[in-house]
Design a protein around this ligand. Structure first.
Ligand SMILES: NC(=O)c1ccc[n+]([C@@H]2O[C@H](COP(=O)([O-])OP(=O)(O)OC[C@H]3O[C@@H](n4cnc5c(N)ncnc54)[C@H](OP(=O)(O)O)[C@@H]3O)[C@@H](O)[C@H]2O)c1
Length: 271
């Protein structure tokens, strides 16, 4: 459904590169459909070299012939970047923003024209196609435009559409979540090392345990507590380990981590 569309990626940074990589490698888009921008010419040159896509440091030039404008710059510079394209955008374009903390209302105000707008929150596992992207749409956006956005982000993993009121929570959980899990993986691997396992073996065992546990939750639809109970035999070793997790306050710490990240997400767009 995206085969006829031209996409301008404004801000070809880390996330921009993840998007371009997946969109091309999954065959969702052809390189001729993409135009990227960055602040520095060297970054644009890197994209030309690596992906053979068109690019420029001129955002206005990038959006002129685009059907979809993908805003991937940092939220702090969004007003400046949007101001630089305002004269070149037109009514039949769709704007998709992945900027954390930048609301649909802020986007619409900055764009001025009543363009359809979609807010997306992807996460870094998108790099390997195991990402999660949450989408929310503005009131000018129709069903077909939401399906365009879903088709784009489906190339990065899973996509769901939610009300924008959940976005700070989504940012704190889904976007920051992989970092929290990496800390858990690192800590569990240290546990393996403490018990005598070689570090690489220990890390591989933890990664596979996490992958397996995550798939059990996602694919069996069972509550995590039930799945945990299945591992926990009376007077066995798992219950002793769980006792240590409770003693260390793991649950409370995790809840507070998500809550704090969500609070920070709320303040990002107003900086
Ligand atoms: N990283 C994540 O996990 C994640 C997850 C979800 C959403 N996001 C959102 O994704 C956005 C990008 O994050 P990131 O981690 O990819 O940041 P990043 O690597 O710093 O990329 C930002 C890009 O914007 C470019 N840029 C700066 N000023 C510009 C201008 N005036 N015109 C055009 N391009 C300009 C920079 O160009 P140069 O390279 O030339 O300096 C850079 O390539 C942010 O809004 C963030 O909130 C990130």
């Amino acid at each position: 459904m995206l085969k006829e569309k031209k996409i301008a990626v404004l801000g070809a940074g880390k996330m921009g590169e993840v998007l371009v990589t997946r969109l091309l490698s999954t065959g969702t888009l052809e390189k001729e459909q993409l135009f990227v921008t960055a602040k520095h010419e060297s970054r644009v040159a890197y994209f030309r070299e690596k992906f053979d896509v068109k690019g420029s440091t001129d955002n206005a030039e990038a959006v002129k012939n685009a059907d979809i404008i993908l805003l991937c710059v940092k939220p702090q510079i969004a007003p400046k970047v949007i101001a630089s394209i305002r004269e070149s955008i037109h009514q039949d374009q769709l704007v998709i923003s992945i900027m954390a903390g930048f609301t649909i209302e802020q986007l619409q105000k900055a764009i001025v024209l009543p363009l359809p707008v979609i807010r997306a929150m992807p996460n870094t596992p998108c790099e390997i196609g195991a990402g999660m992207t949450v989408l929310a749409s503005g009131n000018q956006t129709n069903g077909e435009q939401i399906r365009f956005a879903e088709a784009l982000f489906d190339s990065l993993g899973k996509t769901i559409v939610l009300d924008e009121k959940y976005f700070d929570a989504v940012t704190g959980l889904s976007a920051s979540g992989p970092a929290f899990i990496y800390v858990v993986i690192e800590a569990l691997a240290e546990g393996g090392v403490k018990c005598g396992l070689p570090r690489d073996v220990s890390t591989a065992l933890v990664a596979q345990a996490c992958l397996g546990a995550a798939r059990m939750v996602a694919e069996t639809n069972q509550h995590p507590a039930i799945l945990k109970d299945h591992v926990t035999t009376p007077a066995g070793c798992t219950i002793d380990g769980l006792l240590k997790l409770e003693e260390g306050g793991l649950r409370v710490t995790m809840i507070k981590a998500v809550d704090e990240a969500a609070r920070r997400a709320k303040s990002l767009g107003s900086e």
